[in-house]
Design a protein around this ligand. Structure first.
Ligand code: Z5A
Length: 224
């Protein structure tokens, strides 16, 4: 329930909130764009956005987080900063869009905090639950795709895409063991919330991943 006692989707009309999640190089940006194109072709107004970021303040927090500015303060502080960025993103971008009837497709959202900061810092699940409740205040995605692939494949894709001479960012630079734990954490999130989360095999060619996503979206929301 939301703070005003309404169910989470009350007052949003038919606009859906869809998130894409998973480890590095899973193809979230590629698929977010492809899904938005399919939705627009079906006559649906859609906004694509991302986390961390999606609003001017949240983009500023993103830059510092990915540069590793706060790494020395520990995972709990980083989790709070991801949450601060998310609150602004929700207030200034996501909620207004949904209220105006615009669908929202978001590249990463709250599951990334649970998976990354949970795996990185072994944060107390009670702390993560509380942080999530305070941050989301009742707004949860209607549907989440977990783009699943072996950690090595994802890291290789991320490295190939990076400009020569650019170092990996704060999270890409973590160990292979961390990225394998991350994959497990996302799979556990999907297993715990099967009605919201759908695992997609992201090792397939990009158009097959896009087809699997579209088949689910069109079936779930009754699009032709
Ligand atoms: N983070 C966190 O710790 N806590 C949080 O709460 C949140 C985030 C919200 C954001 O980085 C970082 O913040 C992220 C987690 C952390 N960790 N890192 N690093 P980001 O936004 O810069 O990066 P990302 O979200 O991890 O995305 P990505 O690695 O940039 O990849 P992607 O969006 O999933 O994939 P892509 O850009 O669409 O594709 C990557 C490359 O693979 C590209 O060259 C594509 O052409 C190629 N590609 C895509 N699909 C395919 C297929 N199917 N086959 C072959 N090649 C493909």
């Amino acid at each position: 329930m939301t703070s005003n006692g309404q169910p989470p989707s009350a007052g949003r009309g038919k606009a859906a909130f869809i998130t894409l999640e998973g480890g590095e190089g899973g193809g979230k940006s590629t698929q977010s764009k492809a899904l938005a194109e399919r939705l627009r072709a079906a006559g649906i107004d859609v906004l694509t956005t991302r986390e961390p970021g999606g609003s001017p303040v949240a983009e500023a927090i993103r830059e510092a987080l990915l540069a590793g500015t706060f790494k020395s303060l520990g995972t709990k502080v980083e989790a709070l900063l991801f949450a601060a960025a998310r609150i602004d993103h929700l207030d200034t971008t996501i909620k207004p869009a949904l209220e105006a009837g615009t669908w929202v497709v978001c590249d990463r959202f709250h599951d990334s905090t649970r998976a990354y900061q949970g795996s990185l810092g072994a944060l107390d699940p009670g702390f993560l639950d509380l942080l999530e409740r305070v941050t989301l205040a009742g707004i949860k995605p209607d549907l989440t795709f977990i783009l699943d692939l072996p950690a090595k494949t994802g890291l290789l894709r991320a490295a190939q895409r990076r400009n020569p001479g650019t170092p990996p960012d704060r999270f890409e630079a973590e160990s292979l063991d961390f990225h394998q734990k991350l994959r497990k954490a996302f799979r556990e999130i999907a297993a715990n919330e099967p009605s919201r989360c759908v695992i997609v095999d992201a090792a397939q060619p990009a158009d097959e991943v896009a087809k699997a996503i579209w088949d689910t979206v069109s079936g779930r929301f009754g699009l032709g």
